[in-house]
Design a protein around this ligand. Structure first.
Ligand code: NAD
Length: 488
């Protein structure tokens, strides 16, 4: 039974995330008639009237989606409350206001609290929501929380304690926006709905799996935050590890939230932990130097605003992740992610093992292995690389590619990630949000790497902006007799 009636409170409603993602996503749900009764209270520090706030919501929808004719009605559901996150009296005012809106719109006491604010406020807000009575409702209450969830295991535990004193685990929706992406959600369907993949999905037939998530952008205005984070915490701990878990998990008994999450957790439990000097055998870090992207000269990371001139922060990480269980023993999951790289692209390449004996040769080289490529962004689709006879040739084989692009009729209006995640949260489906246990295991894994790196100064910058990262990332695969499949 789906109940899409809810009061949504957005903390940080004048921020970038709210404007670029949340308001347009809510509009999309509204225009598809997916919301029943709803109202939104935007909460932020500055003073605004409801009208000014509604105007900013209108502008954000228009700038994301163009002009729409039912915008007046949409924005009439939005209210604003100026708020000081540290002050109880602010929450008490907010509670009274929320109760009134709840009455006016008959929202059945259902509440979603969306924390789109700096992470240091997550814990204090959760505590206040409880102590000042905002969570005391007769309907459901859910907390949506943005990344980062802590910056190591200790801080994540502390944050979790604060949150859990106000919300049950099943009421907490930890956002990993990669889990809102169409093709990330497709991984499990490709795997578990196809007789031609699942039987081969193991160490007998798969040689290695490569996950690349590259950006061309640099750190932009986020230097202050990024200096405390780096690629390891910003990308690997959450998004990359989630993709690894989805690729590696056992088939769940049923497609329920609990079953899927517990299979993912089992993957995390099987991760080979690497620590100390051994880290350098498995992981490589990088930081971009100057270079050219799209024919424009760009500065090195250390020259970006709010960045230390001698910064030791990594803007690139590559690694070899081993999952020591029966299915995956011996199969590396190679990952790499970074800023200021040659292309904006997220792709997964599953490389199958070579057949026992090659009878066919291409004109000048050995047969290509079979590859299954999952394109996550910007293109969405899958490509299967096969070998077939070269037309007209004699015993020549050549590579052919079967492609499915997730565009055109099948994917008209593919909903945006945040739209799907908001919809899931309103429906009470937490499958595509991260469970505390996943967060904890993944931090435990990443902490060992950051500890090793913290104690040894890196030789930065070590890759040119506009490249695919430092040469050590290539060597990581070369020493295993492999190479990165090109993603551009
Ligand atoms: P932002 O700096 O643009 O917005 C912060 C918001 O918090 C503003 O509305 C501001 O008024 C409010 N705020 C700050 N201090 C306050 C206080 N003391 N009391 C009340 N309100 C206060 O930040 P953002 O980019 O929107 O990011 C918000 C969260 O979302 C962060 O956790 C970030 O990591 C996460 N996130 C953002 C993006 C993105 O695309 N911007 C993507 C993924 C995750």
């Amino acid at each position: 039974e789906q109940n899409m009636t809810s009061l949504i409170m957005i903390f940080g409603a004048t921020g970038d995330l709210a404007k670029r993602k949340l308001f347009p996503s809510l509009y999309r749900l509204f225009s598809k008639n997916k919301l029943d009764k709803f109202a939104v209270i935007g909460v932020a520090r500055r003073t605004l009237t409801n009208e000014e706030f509604q105007q900013s919501v209108r502008e954000s929808v228009v700038s994301a989606l163009g002009n729409k004719d039912n915008l007046d009605e949409f924005v009439s559901h939005f209210y604003y409350q100026s708020h000081d996150v540290a002050d109880s009296s602010s929450y008490i005012t907010l509670r009274k206001f929320a109760d009134k809106i709840d009455d006016n719109y008959q929202l059945e006491g259902n509440r979603i609290f969306y924390l789109a604010m700096a992470p240091e406020f997550f814990g204090p807000i959760a505590l206040h929501l409880k102590s000042d009575g905002l969570t005391d409702v007769k309907g459901y209450k859910r907390l949506v929380i943005e990344k980062p969830f802590g910056h190591d295991l200790e801080s994540a535990k502390e944050l979790n304690k604060q949150i859990r004193s106000a919300f049950l685990e099943k009421e907490v929706y930890r956002i990993d926006h990669y889990l809102g992406k169409e093709m990330v959600r497709n991984i499990e369907v490709i795997r578990f709905a196809n007789a031609i993949f699942e039987p081969l999905w193991n160490n007998r037939y798969i040689s290695n799996i490569q996950i690349t998530s590259s950006e061309t952008l640099g750190v932009e205005e986020r230097g202050r935050y990024y200096e405390t984070s780096g690629a390891l915490r910003d990308m690997l701990q959450n998004h990359m590890m989630q993709m690894v878990a989805l690729l590696a998990m056992e088939p769940p008994i049923k497609l329920t939230t609990d079953e899927i999450r517990s299979e993912k957790v089992r993957v995390f439990r099987a991760l080979r932990m690497v620590e100390g000097d051994d880290v350098n055998n498995y992981f490589v870090r990088g930081q971009y130097g100057e270079g050219t992207i799209d024919e424009k000269q760009v500065p090195k990371y250390r020259d970006e605003i709010m960045v230390d001139k001698e910064s030791n922060t990594e803007t690139f990480v590559a690694g070899k992740i081993m999952i020591d269980n029966f299915r995956w023993a011996g199969v590396p999951f190679y990952i790499r992610t970074g800023k200021r790289m040659a292309a904006k692209s997220t792709k997964i390449v599953v490389q199958f093992k070579d057949i026992p004996m090659n009878l066919y040769y291409q004109t000048d080289k050995l047969l290509n292995p079979n590859l299954l490529v999952i394109h996550i962004q910007p293109e969405e689709g899958i490509t299967l690389h096969l070998n077939a006879k070269k037309a007209g040739g004699h015993l020549d084989a050549q590579e052919v590619k079967l492609s499915f692009a997730n565009t055109g009729v099948h994917a008209m209006n593919t909903p945006e990630g945040y739209e799907k995640l908001l919809y899931d949260c309103m429906r009470g489906d937490a499958t595509n949000f991260t469970h505390w246990e996943e967060v904890a295991y993944s931090w435990a894994f990443v902490d060992k790497i950051s500890e090793a790196w913290k104690n040894a100064k890196a030789d930065f910058p070590n890759y040119e902006a506009g490249s695919m990262g430092p040469k050590e990332a290539d060597e990581l695969l070369e020493k295993d007799g492999r190479f990165w499949w090109p993603v551009t």
